[in-house]
Design a protein around this ligand. Structure first.
Ligand SMILES: O=P(O)(O)O[C@H]1[C@H](O)[C@@H](O)[C@H](O)[C@H](O)[C@@H]1O
Ligand SMILES: [Mg+2]
Ligand SMILES: [Mg+2]
Length: 282
């Protein structure tokens, strides 16, 4: 199976290699298509980078299971079992990638018995590597990460993402949720176009909370353990335990800020990644 340490070392190597491919690809002409909605973009680079990552890891760990964003888009099952499972977003921030907006990451999470063991997120433009292993802390380029510990939402910088849906009802709920937090009043709300990099800012103490409806398991897996190991909290938007397949998350530097956000949010419905079974992440 390979030890967790061997798996994490392999994840770091392949994330860096994939990040260099992304950085080269961003300079080339992009062939853009759409998935679930006209704003849910995908490029040939997304597919190629995912193929690079999965083929490299499968060579070393043939018995493992893989959940990849673009493999799932192509019809592969998105089900988390007890098997050692890699949860991969080859290019997080594809819309940013298409526009050469410099917030693009490679995200690789790893779970055994449905428990997140480590996460690796590589910021392709900054060549910055965020890592965390369960019980061993969170790091950015080897420097330990610590959340801000901010407990007061009126002193908090909050990040979110829009998600793929743009119908009037979703937009009204999205803007209503944001308005509630701006009226708190939070210091600010920011949208940077990459869930994983936004969550890394919370882990780094550069933001104090993140919430979203509509992200996927591959947007959350690596980032959730990085935030936990940086001393932060991650949970469902209902306040319950994080459910990796639920398409929703609240992450924060403190229980107090997370709890305030949970109280304010009106839910926005998205179909589960696993379309049915519940998987609480421990
Ligand atoms: O598709 P990629 O991998 O670029 O991930 C993004 C999602 O597409 C957005 O809906 C979502 O809102 C976030 O921006 C997320 O990073
Ligand atoms: Mg993504
Ligand atoms: Mg992606």
């Amino acid at each position: 199976m390979g030890s967790v340490e061997e798996c994490m070392d392999a994840a770091v190597r392949v994330a860096r290699a994939a990040g260099q491919v992304v950085l080269e690809a961003v300079k080339q002409e992009k062939h853009v298509s759409t998935k679930s909605t006209p704003t849910d973009l995908v490029t040939e680079a997304d597919r190629l980078v995912e193929e690079l990552i999965i083929s490299t890891l499968r060579e070393s760990f043939p018995s493992h299971r893989f959940i990849g964003e673009e493999s799932c888009a192509a019809g592969e099952p998105c089900v988390l079992t007890d098997s050692p499972t890699w949860i991969i977003d080859p290019i997080d921030g594809t819309c940013n990638f298409v526009h050469s907006f410099p917030m693009v990451a490679v995200s690789i999470g790893f779970a055994v018995k449905k428990e997140l063991e480590f996460g690796v997120i590589y910021h392709c433009f900054e060549e910055t590597l965020y890592t965390a292993r369960k019980g061993h802390g969170a790091f950015c380029n080897g420097l330990r990460l610590q959340v801000s510990k901010e407990k007061d939402v009126s002193k908090a910088l909050i990040l979110t993402e829009i998600g793929a849906k743009r119908d009037p009802e979703t937009l009204a709920l999205f803007l209503g949720n944001m308005e509630k937090l701006l009226r708190a009043p939070a210091h600010g709300v920011r949208i940077i176009g990459s869930s994983t990099l936004a969550l890394c800012q919370v882990a780094a103490g550069a933001a104090d909370a993140y919430y979203q409806f509509g992200l996927h398991c591959w947007d959350m897996a690596a980032a959730a353990i990085i935030i936990r190991e940086a001393g932060g909290v991650v949970m469902d938007t209902s306040g319950g335990p994080l459910d990796l397949m639920s398409r929703r998350i609240v992450a924060a530097a403190s229980q107090e800020v997370a709890g305030f956000i949970v109280q304010q949010l009106k839910p926005i419905g998205y179909e589960r990644d696993d379309c049915g079974e519940r998987h609480a992440v421990r």
